[in-house]
Ligand binder design. Structure first.
Ligand code: TYD
Length: 406
């Protein structure tokens, strides 16, 4: 019997994506043979409403010295983190000279640098040492460890309580959420706030953006599941602010129970979630059928283009693309290469399907006819940048919210 990671209630997977590699595990040819795969299955807990992965590879296989994800590479994300930092600063009641901010999964310091520049006492926790190093070089206080209850105690002894604990696209990566929630409750001042954002289950269900599901995302949160999971540690959901990032995210604001007024957004969004069925397993059984239909449509479209003799290349070797490529079984015969601006991914191969990743310069000189937009969450920024390609007759293919040529 399988039990829920949060509440121990019995759960059963409703969908398998088949064998999946590490989503950010871009690799060289010499490493093909020893590549790691796991069966990616998802479950929904009818007791605490948590959407979750059944099995997750060991954290050290996903977050390590060669972690291929650098937050600062998108201009839009840089702006987003600046505005997130200012949102947090405005919510903290403590005068800034006495305030203390902790960020979990602080990556290359993209958010904390705003606190550093405004002279806030701050601490970043970042387990991947290569990205942590970049933050440290920028003068951002960072420890390269996994956050858990022990580390929470160490931080408490050394730095005291925090006014805000923040994170972006990190909480949904942490399997032992109960332990983390307790650590956070331990470290927060009585009027302190936990503020985090992650890809939102409501967007994923509405857009059939199943590419949000990959090894790192052990949970896809909703207001329902977050409220339940954190209540175990005595924290209460006090505000919710939808975000456009990552194809549709939610910012969750939590506080010690009873310490803050609950915003009307919380009531409203909980109601909307009930209408969408995010508290009902039937919604997810239907979601599975929608994913299968989307896969069929994408495969047929790409087959048709291939039969007509045209070539398709990918844009953005995202973690999300690993799910699409492997679930839809798309190899280099369908996608000849993927262009990506991240140096650590270039001249490597995509996890599982082994499609070559080429530099942006290569893409610019190639100018293919069809481009499959894997980085669909950055569509506005990319369409603006690639207006010349579009004007010259280049065609974009997308699969969210539906498979189509645009
Ligand atoms: P990201 O949006 O973080 O998605 P995921 O969380 O699924 O990895 O990744 C975007 C990827 O797309 C990243 O590897 C950089 C790449 N990219 C480009 O190649 N060109 C661009 O213009 C943008 C915005 C991103």
């Amino acid at each position: 019997m399988k039990t829920c990671r949060i509440c121990d209630h019995e759960i059963n997977p409703f969908m398998s994506f088949g064998q999946m590699p590490i989503a950010n595990g871009f690799l060289e040819k010499k490493d093909f043979e020893k590549e790691y795969f796991f069966e990616m299955k998802v479950s929904f807990c009818e007791n605490c409403y948590m959407f979750q992965l059944d099995e997750q590879p060991d954290a050290s296989m996903m977050f390590h010295d060669n972690y291929a994800f650098f937050s600062s590479l998108s201009k839009y994300m840089q702006e987003h983190f600046k505005s997130f930092a200012h949102f947090v600063m405005e919510l903290i009641p403590t005068p800034k000279q006495n305030a203390f901010i902790i960020e979990l999964g602080s990556n290359d310091g993209i958010m904390l640098e705003h606190f550093k520049n405004a002279n806030y006492r701050h601490l970043g926790i970042e387990p991947s040492s290569n990205v942590a190093k970049v933050a440290i070089e920028k003068g951002i206080n960072t420890v390269s460890k996994f956050f858990d209850l022990n580390l929470a105690n160490e931080i408490y002894n050394e730095h005291g309580l925090a006014d805000a604990i923040i994170c972006a696209n990190v909480m949904c990566h942490i399997p032992n959420l109960n332990d983390i929630a307790k650590g956070i409750a331990r470290l927060l001042k009585p009027n302190g706030l936990l503020i985090f954002e992650d890809p939102y289950l409501g967007d994923m269900v509405k857009k059939v953006s199943y590419d949000q599901i990959y090894d790192e995302h052990v949970y896809i949160f909703s207001a329902h599941s977050v409220a339940k999971a954190f209540s175990i540690a005595g924290l209460e959901l006090v505000d919710l602010i939808p975000q456009r990032t990552h194809g549709g995210s939610m910012r969750y604001v939590l506080a010690h129970k009873g310490s803050r007024k609950v915003s009307s957004n919380v009531i409203q969004i909980l109601e909307e979630e009930k209408c969408l069925g995010l508290n009902n397993i039937e919604t997810f059984k239907n979601f599975k059928l929608n994913c299968e239909a989307s896969r069929e449509n994408l495969r047929s479209l790409l087959k048709e283009i291939r039969t007509s003799g045209d070539v398709v290349v990918g844009y953005g070797a995202t973690s999300k693309s690993t799910t699409i490529l492997n679930y839809c079984n798309l190899n280099h015969e369908y996608i000849s290469y993927i262009s990506d601006t991240t140096p650590i991914k270039q001249n490597k191969y995509t996890p599982g399907m082994h499609i070559p990743v080429k530099s942006y310069d290569f893409f610019k000189s190639d100018m293919p006819k069809y481009v499959l937009l894997f980085a669909w969450n950055h569509a506005d920024e990319i369409f603006e940048k690639e207006s010349k390609f579009t004007e010259q007759g280049g065609k974009w293919i997308r699969f969210v919210p539906r498979v189509e040529i645009i």
